[in-house]
Design a protein around this ligand. Structure first.
Ligand code: EPZ
Length: 428
């Protein structure tokens, strides 16, 4: 397995361009199942999760052509309506084909996505919403088996604003008979981007991006072209990298108004940020101030930036309290940060971080996509070498991260699997 080796201590300088948003591209690709005609999606990030979704579409019988960051999909007929465990277990977001398969083909067999490192990740709200739309659902042998004639519009109130749950139900409602209202819907920009794509294809959706989404069902959707919005979490990760190293960087190709919570928190910690139309310039002091962070659904501080913020706070001046309110076990990066000298105490969903002057590089292990990003940031600021193993977690959601950070002056490189760590460490 590949490793990433970082020699820390260099302030990052220069420009970095973000890729398209993984969490917008995945539902958009899944939604191609809903209609005929070709869809050409651009600004798709070249990350493993997108490859997995493309494989799933191909397995179902879609024709998928990928050229760089462009993916062309047409789904004239389907070979299968089953998303198998072998594939779903590698990417939970495969559950996003459930709503479209049911709405367009009247049946779907999708493996229940298991839990993952950050939590049990149930899909009960997806299923309850689909049942409200008239689907018959049974769970057997680890699979969701769903059947429906034409779905019927309904009023659905979500217990919690689930992002992929909102997306699954919005997609299913597009072809239902009548009107569907989704209350307590997720307001993430990625939900709004999916809605914009569906509207281009004849979908009739109002309120996406707010907590009440209304969908008028139509008979059919046609193809359309769409450019995926920039990845606000990737952009936030690079801002955090600049802030972590006392750097001066410009993140380009991002949408600042999607990132207000992160921008405000970095400003509160003492970084200077200037927002352009599609860029954010960050200048950081030698050392940040400790600040408290509480994660919430959008537009609150994103849970997908929690690990990165915690890494920042490990070397900030003073004490910070980090509270994770979205997932029940999203502190798996804490033991690894402690290996680098961080002073963190965890009590339930609170982590108290006492900032220290310097962390020291160490061999650490990635455990999920965003925890891995937090370890990269810690390595950029630490004294000496950090060797991060299991970087396949990173490759799921960050396109060429070591190249992009290297372009900002970071001493970072990927060591192909099987090479001894010692050798890698010596060469760093
Ligand atoms: C999406 O996951 C993102 N993934 C996650 O990003 C992100 O962390 C999460 O939203 C929160 O913002 C994609 O969009 C592909 P949720 P999702 O359903 O939809 C509970 C990354 O790193 N819940 O909004 O799976 C759930 O347990 C990934 O890119 C139920 O109880 O998250 C959690 O506590 C990680 N029942 C809360 O809702 C359900 O049926 C939010 O989960 C569904 C969710």
């Amino acid at each position: 397995m590949d490793r990433i080796v970082i020699t820390g201590g260099k302030p990052l300088r220069g420009e970095v361009r973000v890729s398209g948003a993984k969490n917008a591209a995945l539902p958009i690709l899944a939604s191609t199942i809903l209609g005929g005609g070709e869809c050409v999606i651009t600004n798709v990030p070249r990350v493993v999760d997108v490859v997995t979704m493309s494989k799933l579409l191909d397995l179902l019988g879609a024709s998928v052509r990928t050229e760089g960051s462009q993916v062309a999909v047409s789904v004239e007929r389907l070979r299968s309506t089953e998303a198998p465990y072998e594939l779903v277990k590698t990417m939970r977001a495969s559950v996003l084909v459930l709503g479209p398969l049911l709405a367009r083909w009247g049946e779907a067999t999708v493996s229940l996505p298991g839990g993952c490192a950050i939590g049990t990740r149930p899909v009960n709200l997806h299923l309850a919403g689909l049942a409200r739309l008239g689907a018959e659902l049974t769970l057997e042998h680890g699979y969701i088996r769903a059947k429906a004639g034409r779905l019927r519009g309904a009023r659905i109130c979500l217990d919690t604003p689930t992002v992929t749950g909102t997306e699954n139900l919005m997609m299913a409602a597009c072809l239902a008979d009548g009107t569907t209202v989704i209350e307590n819907a997720a307001k993430e920009p990625e939900v709004a981007d999916l809605a914009a794509f569906l509207a281009k294809r004849g979908g009739r959706i109002a309120g996406a991006g707010s907590d009440v989404i209304t969908v008028e069902g139509v008979q059919a959707l046609h193809g359309a072209d769409h450019e995926v919005i920039p990845d606000r979490i990737e952009a936030g990760t690079y801002l955090a990298a600049g802030a972590m190293t006392g750097g001066d960087i410009c993140v380009e190709g991002c949408l600042p108004w999607h990132m207000e919570a992160v921008v405000m928190k970095l400003r509160e910690a003492g970084a200077e940020l200037v927002e352009g139309k599609e860029s954010i310039r960050l200048k950081a002091p030698r050392r940040l101030r400790g600040v408290d962070v509480k994660t919430f659904a959008y537009p609150g501080f994103p849970t997908d930036m929690q690990a990165q913020m915690m890494a920042l706070m490990c070397v900030a001046q003073g004490t910070s309290m980090i509270t994770e309110t979205v997932f029940e076990s999203r502190f798996i990066h804490v033991p690894e940060l402690r290996r680098m000298g961080a002073d963190i105490k965890v009590e339930g969903n609170h982590a108290v971080v006492n900032g220290i002057e310097k962390m020291t590089g160490a061999p650490v292990m990635a455990s999920d996509l965003r925890a891995s990003a937090g370890l990269i940031l810690a390595g950029l600021a630490a004294e000496g070498d950090t060797v991060i193993s299991r970087v396949y977690h990173l490759d799921r959601g960050y396109e060429r991260i070591e190249e992009k950070l290297g372009g900002l002056g970071a001493m970072i490189r990927r060591v192909k699997g099987g090479t001894g760590v010692a050798a890698a460490g010596r060469r760093a």
